[in-house]
Design a protein around this ligand. Structure first.
Ligand SMILES: Nc1ncnc2c1ncn2[C@@H]1O[C@H](COP(=O)(O)OP(=O)(O)OP(=O)(O)O)[C@@H](O)[C@H]1O
Ligand SMILES: [Mg+2]
Length: 251
């Protein structure tokens, strides 16, 4: 069976692409999936992350670097489809890079991590437009915004709530909150699970987000990409945002 491909994209630097890609890939692998991380960013952050792991506790997914493939990333990823159940592509932040577009050509799901502040949301508009364009070519492509580094009680988060409805991309119910555990993971070369009990809250949200991803990839018709309900756990629901068409078309 061909792997499901998840592209983690946002042209804005530091939004949490690599964090999200590695937590998701590692968690899927720990659940028994056969997972490949494609490090499509020349910075090589995902590759270094996995290389930081000890021999006793290697990063649970395989990681390969494909940043030099540029606009041909999709062609290279296609060669791994039969060998894995999931392929997670960590994309670079550069606005002018051909990599995100190439990754979206072969992706089943685009995940767009965004720090919930108005400037970060504004700069993510370009990636939403790219996803919209690619949907015309790749009709399987679903997309979700994932709030990252969330500090719900801040003014920035409240301001972000006001502009989320205008963003026009369905939101994951689960957000990743601002937690030191996420920074520590890159040092130990693992997922939050490796940090044990002190990372319980981070583990819970990574597991919940992975559950959501699995559901979207299964094409569950109940997750039609509509905005979250108002009683969402982090209180940043995109109120009144209508569901996008095409978000259930994943095969
Ligand atoms: N939820 C979080 N809580 C705390 N720190 C976080 C969180 N998410 C990411 N970080 C930290 O923020 C920094 C940027 O995150 P990350 O490298 O995942 O972003 P990125 O989008 O991949 O960046 P780039 O665009 O440079 O590739 C890292 O130091 C990471 O550990
Ligand atoms: Mg990165």
């Amino acid at each position: 069976m061909a792997a499901k491909v998840i592209a983690v994209v946002n042209q804005k630097g530091g939004a949490g692409k690599t964090t999200l890609a590695m937590q998701l890939a590692g968690t899927l692998a720990q659940r028994g999936a056969k997972v490949l991380v494609v490090d499509a960013d020349a910075q090589g952050t995902a590759t270094r992350w996995a290389a930081s792991a000890s021999d006793k506790a290697p990063f649970p997914a395989a990681v390969i670097g494909l940043s030099a493939a540029g606009s041909k990333v999709h062609r290279e990823v296609a060669k791994f489809l039969d060998a894995y159940t999931h392929i997670v592509v960590d994309c670079p932040p550069a606005v002018d890079s051909p990599v995100p577009q190439s990754a979206l050509l072969i992706a089943d799901l685009a995940l767009v991590p965004v720090i919930p502040s108005p400037p970060d949301l504004w700069s993510a508009v370009g990636i939403r437009q790219l996803v919209d364009r690619l949907r015309a070519i790749n009709t399987r492509l679903q997309a979700r915004l994932v709030l990252n580094d969330l500090e719900p009680r801040t003014r920035l988060a409240k301001d972000a709530r006001d502009i989320l409805p205008a963003f026009g991309m369905p939101l994951a119910t689960t957000a990743l909150h601002h937690r030191t555990a996420y920074r520590q993971c890159a040092v130990v070369g693992g997922t939050v699970h490796q940090l044990g009990g002190r990372a319980a809250a981070a583990i819970a949200e990574v597991e919940a987000l992975t559950d959501e991803v699995v559901t979207w990839l299964a094409g569950d018709s109940t997750t039609d990409g509509t905005a979250r309900s108002e009683n969402s756990p982090h209180g940043l629901a995109a109120r009144g945002t209508p569901g996008r068409t095409g978000t259930t078309g994943q095969g």
